[in-house]
Design a protein around this ligand. Sequence first.
Ligand SMILES: [Fe+2]
Ligand SMILES: [Fe+2]
Length: 193
Amino acid sequence: MSPREPGTSGREPSLPRATAAELVRRAFVASRATRSDAADFAWVETILTPAEHALWRRQSPFDRDHVVQVARRVERRLAATGLENDPRWIGAALMHDVGKARAGLTIFERVLAAAAGRIVRLDTARRWATARGLKGRIGAYLTHGEVGARMIRDAGGRAEIAAWAEAHQNPRATARLGIPAEVVEALIESDVA
Ligand SMILES: [Fe+2]
Ligand SMILES: [Fe+2]
């Protein structure tokens, strides 16, 4: 990989895109009943390949609910553009956080991780991700984009879906993904609680 490629230089901040305030807001959302229903889960199966879906199911109920909401927003934002009919873009929304399944953090550990992400760099977070215990899980959480991309590629998932997972923590890395600009904008704007 090019040393200048955004997100891979080792000098990029390792912060997840969500701030601690956003995570607290998500904790509040998580404390309520999930918003996704059986129709949503059936819809997910029509979007993802069986291999992608097997990974998707490994996410926590909280994360599954989050990504379904993101994907529904993307679908609405892309409505009438013709792009909403391409399952790669809705699939990218559904799979963008799948790396968090490897971290397995509780919502409160995530707030701790977000605080840690303020003070460590990407190369440190990557080193943590190879450690055992909570440190390793926090490292995996902070780098969940690239962790998820590897999981998707290893499982034989679609290239664009893996590419978005890898890039989504760093919007500056989205320029050369080969994903239409309207789709990138919809994916970024829809990734809220
Ligand atoms: Fe994320
Ligand atoms: Fe997300």
